[in-house]
Design a binder for this molecule. Structure first.
Ligand code: SUG
Length: 462
């Protein structure tokens, strides 16, 4: 086969680019240990969090991407505490009474209602670009996140926010989250990767699931939950009107889920024609690679490059503790491909050695940048967890509603808003402080004005 020219990268290639919508870290960011199967969340349970620092780290990351010439958007935090959740669980009275009683009787439920977990927008939704759908609209399906109580309360607000940003009905098609049940556990884009020769060309959508819910005999992890089901991935692909042959389904290796790989983006990351993954990422090891390559070839006419990290160079344990694969893999306008890795990768000897060698071998990754998002990392959220990728055209971008694409003015306003609205420290025990209710609502009310979002939070709705 003739050697393919290197795909044309850059955010303006053929008027189509990849935008990253990062979750702004909310004012109630804390460490409550709510996520079984997520080792960082459990390890750091009860530590004092630093909401202002966390939000600043997130904003710095957004600025970094924007300075690289990429389109950087954002999704706002959700209103917390979720008083609606606590009311549904039988806590009554004024907000202060609800919080007081929940803190006495059920502190874990209070922590769920206060979680800032919407910051991890890789779990907000699955976005399928218009170039790959039969109705030529961009489809968005919020994830039901049914596996964890504190995350299962996100999809309604997510749906409202996405509806405001992607508002033009001729261009954007919104679906409600899948029914919230164990059979249809959906964790959104964290288990979905679009592979293509260029952002504007046809894409193959790789959906990675943890288990087949309706087959008791199928392989599944034994210790930790497999949050994403095959049934959910298939439903999202169907709902999104993916053109024929554009979806490819792979099962995650159950053994790595049991070692803390609770989403595929903890063990693999892809961009355009490059898939960067660990040797143990998928059930069957390397066996599924051939079929994936063939699907990619059939859709794009190009060759898929798979860079597989061997276990004897980086163990699964090191991949999980450093979050190597939760890096963002980004193509810049000059054609360079960069890996935006968490700073923990620079501090892990085997991971650093591997990355130095990888860049030296020029296997598709030209540079590595290390980024400090430690506050999020301590809850199991690296750079890639913090962003929802949306491949879109210039015309679609022009039709976006609200003011959610970062520019220098918005950056300055958000920085000032964080500094005046966020606490420096927040312990789980502070969640019973009645002042935090009003404080967080006030902050988000101001934010909706900064972002021109209109009313999206329950406390703002009639
Ligand atoms: O769902 N952590 C999140 C981290 C999500 C990471 N996302 C991706 N891999 N895409 C989760 O487990 C911890 C909250 C706490 O323990 O307080 C939490 O929800």
């Amino acid at each position: 086969m003739a050697k393919m020219a290197r795909p044309s990268y850059g955010h303006c290639a053929m008027g189509t680019f990849e935008a990253n919508f990062d979750g702004l870290v909310g004012p109630t960011h804390n460490y409550a240990g709510l996520s079984r199967g997520n080792v960082a969340s459990k390890r750091n349970a009860g530590e004092v969090a630093h909401p202002r620092r966390a939000a600043r780290q997130g904003l710095d990351k957004m600025k970094f991407l924007s300075d690289l010439g990429l389109v950087q958007g954002m999704l706002p935090p959700h209103a917390r505490p979720d008083l609606g959740l606590l009311r549904r669980l039988g806590f009554t009275g004024a907000p202060e009474q609800i919080v007081e009683r929940a803190s006495q009787e059920a502190p874990v439920l209070l922590a769920a209602a206060y979680s800032a977990s919407s910051m991890w927008t890789a779990n907000a939704a699955t976005a399928i670009p218009s170039s790959d759908t039969t109705d030529h609209r961009l489809h968005l399906t919020p994830a039901n996140l049914e596996n964890k109580l504190h995350r299962s309360i996100e999809h309604e607000t997510t749906g409202r926010v996405l509806g405001r940003i992607f508002a033009e009905p001729d261009r954007f098609q919104h679906h409600p989250a899948l029914p919230s049940c164990d059979t249809l556990g959906d964790e959104g884009a964290a288990n979905h990767t679009r592979l293509a020769a260029s952002h504007g060309g046809p894409g193959l959508h790789l959906f990675v699931y943890g288990r087949t819910a309706l087959d008791d005999g199928a392989p599944r992890p034994s210790k930790f939950p497999a949050r994403q089901t095959r049934e959910a991935s298939e439903a999202v692909a169907r709902l999104s009107c993916l053109a024929s042959g554009r979806a490819h389904f792979l099962q995650q290796n159950p053994a790595v889920i049991d070692q803390g790989v609770f989403h595929n983006d903890v063990i693999a990351v892809g961009n355009l024609d490059l898939l960067f993954c660990h040797e143990e990422a998928f059930l069957g090891g390397r066996a599924p690679h051939d079929a994936l390559r063939a699907s990619f070839q059939a859709v794009t006419g190009a060759e898929l490059r798979i860079v597989e990290v061997p276990s004897d160079e980086v163990s699964v344990a090191d991949a999980v503790s450093s979050y190597l694969f939760n890096s963002q893999l980004l193509s810049l306008e000059d054609g360079a491909q960069v890996l935006l890795a968490p700073i923990e990768c620079e501090e892990n000897a085997s991971v650093k050695r591997y990355l130095d060698g990888l860049v030296g071998r020029r296997e598709g990754i030209d540079r590595v940048h290390y980024l400090d998002v430690r506050e999020s990392m301590k809850n199991g959220g690296g750079p890639a967890c913090l962003r929802l990728r949306v491949v879109m055209t210039e015309a679609e971008r022009r039709d976006l509603g609200a003011r959610t694409v970062l520019d220098p003015e918005l950056h300055a306003e958000l920085g000032a808003w964080i500094d005046r609205s966020y606490r420096e420290d927040l312990a789980v025990t502070d969640l019973r402080d009645p002042a935090l209710i009003e404080e967080s609502q006030q902050a988000l009310d101001e934010l909706t004005q900064i972002l021109n979002l209109g009313s999206v939070y329950p406390f703002q709705l009639p």
